[in-house]
Design a binder for this molecule. Structure first.
Ligand code: FAD
Length: 644
């Protein structure tokens, strides 16, 4: 790779107060700040990779806490969880152990777009994250707040905590989520909080601003939680889970948790009137909140204002667990005053007597422009300092976990003196995520969608293991056994695939019966061709070709779907692979770090300024910067040819 591996600075022991107190270990390879979804993955990857790691978080009882909905996965997000798992992260295994309502979304569509999602027993999820980290060798956990960074010669060498401890690290990963100068809003009420009833992180933002990082402010919101026994479920629609839950993790054999139903109700004209009548008390509309919220996850106030023609909006009633009476009302994120929230909720069918336990609220927080980062998530300004998660302007547990894992892996590689680990856009949604963040930046809280990926058909949830497990194995995060099982799985699929392509179709009574059943006309041209040609017909499934290749039934259901897709979409996949190859070639054309963009006078100013600021490492990265168009790339390319 062309990205520089930077050498490590020598330590100055005198810097660290605790060195004089040998009782408290204060020198680590890695310091991870924050124990949300990003911090948990980052700390796990570093420690599992053999680095002495400390995770410092404000409250160790909230490790892995789901700040908002008690669910993991969904469209594109579920894909990322499978990728995290294939790389050796923990999220997939934890949700498999604690999921109480698994559902494969998009099942009515082709398997290429299926997306796994599961509701979690929320507290159990946190406990399993905590337990996993507690059990990980080389990992220490400290409850404290990090207030500032220790920087020497443009490299981070440690952190200072609220209780005055100086802790040395050869690398530091910041994963502070919504806590940097967090300010919550419920109607006119405001409090300095990263999440309700939790303090915000004060000091660290100033420290980052002091070192010249570009900070911005974003906003997100959450709905009220209500008491289960106060809901009349008979007036709602039941949403059953999948009969056979599919695990997220490739290591999970089966889901053992009890599975429960979720429910649906709706808002109505009365609820919408209440919202419109009280907009002047909604912080989003009264001017109390200035920052931008997630465009694709709007508050109920936003939905009612923006979609005036909609008579009702869904409310998904999602239990936060089997062993809790707390229920999450998905779809009515709000920061209206509490009394309006009560009226609003009670105006909906089934919720007439609902008791709100925790009000909905909005939170504003500082984030750092992710274009401050290289593709390894290391900051460009301060060496060995990495950012991951919501601090980079993203939203969502999966987005955070993916970045945490990538930051952890990159610290691991950097401290081992190895090249950075950067996934391409054609390899993984995680590649798309990091690439979008560090080159394009964010305007509103960034969440992953399938539409963000150019090579969607290659990046399926079913084949994340095939795409990525080799990396997890090389890094020491995937066990030999899990890796061997994956290799064996695909060897069996490949063997049967070859058989399908090698077996000729011939007249058989069972085949005639199949044609009749499917309403496919029998023609002489069918015969003499190989079985794959028949399987490519839209109405034919893999199971149908068992008349010619009985071995297909030796594969389990998941693997049959994988094989079926590989045959049906073969032409498309081949074209996609060629596109990726072309891109990879362009990627190899390196732009020197001191390239003189000012000399390209024919280039439009906006593009030149952006390129100077972002300094992309190669032509491919340059081409993905918003505002940099193909003619600009041609200009750089031509100048590079002149220089070579
Ligand atoms: P977090 O999960 O926020 O974790 C940060 C951790 O760092 C916490 O444990 C905190 O205690 C710790 N910490 C922070 N600063 C310090 C410090 N200085 N020293 C020590 N420890 C520190 N996502 C969605 O996808 N959809 C939504 O609708 C949605 N709504 C949300 C609503 C609210 C009110 C909130 C708070 C979040 C919402 N999210 C939503 C976002 C989701 O919770 C986050 O994207 C995700 O949790 C981010 O993970 P993270 O690891 O980056 O940070």
């Amino acid at each position: 790779s062309t990205y520089l591996v930077l050498s490590l600075p020598p330590f100055q022991a005198s810097l660290f107060m605790n060195e004089q107190n040998p009782v408290i270990p204060s020198r680590f390879d890695v310091v991870v700040v924050g124990g949300g979804h990003a911090g948990a993955e980052a700390a796990y990857a570093c420690a599992k990779g053999g680095l002495q790691t400390v995770l410092i978080s404000m409250n160790l009882d909230t490790l892995g806490q789901m700040s908002c909905n008690p669910a993991i996965g969904g469209i594109a997000k579920g894909h990322m969880v499978r990728e995290i798992d294939a790389l050796g992260g923990i999220m997939g295994r934890v949700i498999d152990e604690t999921g109480i309502h698994f559902k494969m979304l998009n099942r009515s569509k082709g398997p290429a777009v299926w997306a796994p999602r599961a509701q979690a027993e929320k507290k159990a999820y946190q406990n399993v994250v905590k337990w996993t980290l507690e059990e990980t060798p080389n990992l220490s956990l400290r409850q404290d707040t990090v207030n500032s960074l220790l920087i020497e010669n443009d490299a981070v060498v440690g952190v200072v905590t609220g209780r005055g401890h100086e802790i040395a690290g050869r690398a530091v990963i910041l994963t502070t989520g919504t806590f940097l100068n967090g300010l919550i809003h419920i109607g006119e009420y405001q409090a300095k909080s990263g999440r309700i009833s939790e303090s915000s992180a004060i000091g660290l933002s100033d420290c980052l601003a002091h070192y010249g990082f570009a900070l911005g402010r974003l906003k997100t919101g959450t709905p009220p939680r209500v008491l289960k026994k106060s809901i009349d479920f008979s007036k709602t629609e039941v949403q059953p889970p999948d009969e056979i839950p599919q695990p997220f993790s490739y290591a999970t054999q089966a889901i053992r948790q009890q599975q429960i139903d979720c429910y649906i109700t709706y808002t109505n004209a009365e609820a919408h009137r209440l919202i419109l009548d009280n907009l002047d008390r909604a912080p989003m509309y009264s001017g109390q909140i200035q920052s931008t919220g997630p465009r694709y996850c709007p508050s109920i106030e936003d939905k009612v204002v923006r979609f005036t023609d909609r008579e009702r909006h869904h409310i998904f009633i999602e239990p936060e667990g089997i062993r809790t009476g707390e229920v999450y009302l998905n779809g009515v994120s709000t920061s209206l005053p509490e009394e309006i929230q009560w009226k609003l909720i009670r105006s909906c069918r089934g919720l007439e007597e609902a008791e709100i336990m925790k009000p909905g609220y909005a939170v504003e927080y500082d984030y750092v422009d992710p274009r401050e980062l290289g593709p390894d998530l290391q900051t460009k300004k301060i060496r060995h300092l990495y950012f991951a998660g919501q601090i980079n302007g993203t939203t969502g547990y999966e987005e955070a976990a993916a970045q945490g894992l990538m930051a952890g892996i990159n610290v691991l590689r950097s401290l081992r003196g190895e090249a950075p680990f950067v996934l391409s856009r054609g390899e993984a949604y995680i590649g798309v995520l990091v690439d979008d963040l560090v080159y394009k930046g964010v305007e509103d809280p960034y969440r992953m969608f399938t539409s963000r990926a150019e090579h969607r058909l290659l990046l399926r949830q079913d084949n994340a293991d095939r795409r990525l497990m080799k990396y997890g194995h090389e890094l020491g995060l995937i066990t030999d056994d899990d890796f061997a099982r994956m290799v064996d799985r695909y060897a069996r699929i490949e063997g049967i695939r070859k058989k399908i392509y090698a077996t000729g179709m011939r007249p058989l009574p069972e085949f005639d019966a199949l044609l009749a059943e499917k309403g496919i006309p029998r023609t002489d041209q069918m015969f003499g061709k190989t079985v794959d040609s028949f399987l490519r017909r839209p109405e034919v499934q893999l199971e149908d070709v068992q008349v010619f290749v009985p071995e297909v039934m030796q594969l389990d259901e998941d693997h049959r779907r994988i094989l079926e897709m590989e045959v049906k979409y073969e032409g498309y996949v081949k074209r996609e692979m060629e596109n990726i190859e072309r891109r990879e070639k362009a990627r190899q054309i390196v732009i020197p770090a001191d390239f003189d963009y000012d000399s390209l006078t024919a280039m439009k100013k906006e593009a030149r300024e952006k390129l100077k600021r972002l300094r992309p490492v190669d032509l491919d990265a340059a081409s993905r910067i918003s505002g940099v168009d193909p003619p600009d790339i041609d200009l750089i390319h031509m100048r590079l040819l002149q220089l070579s």
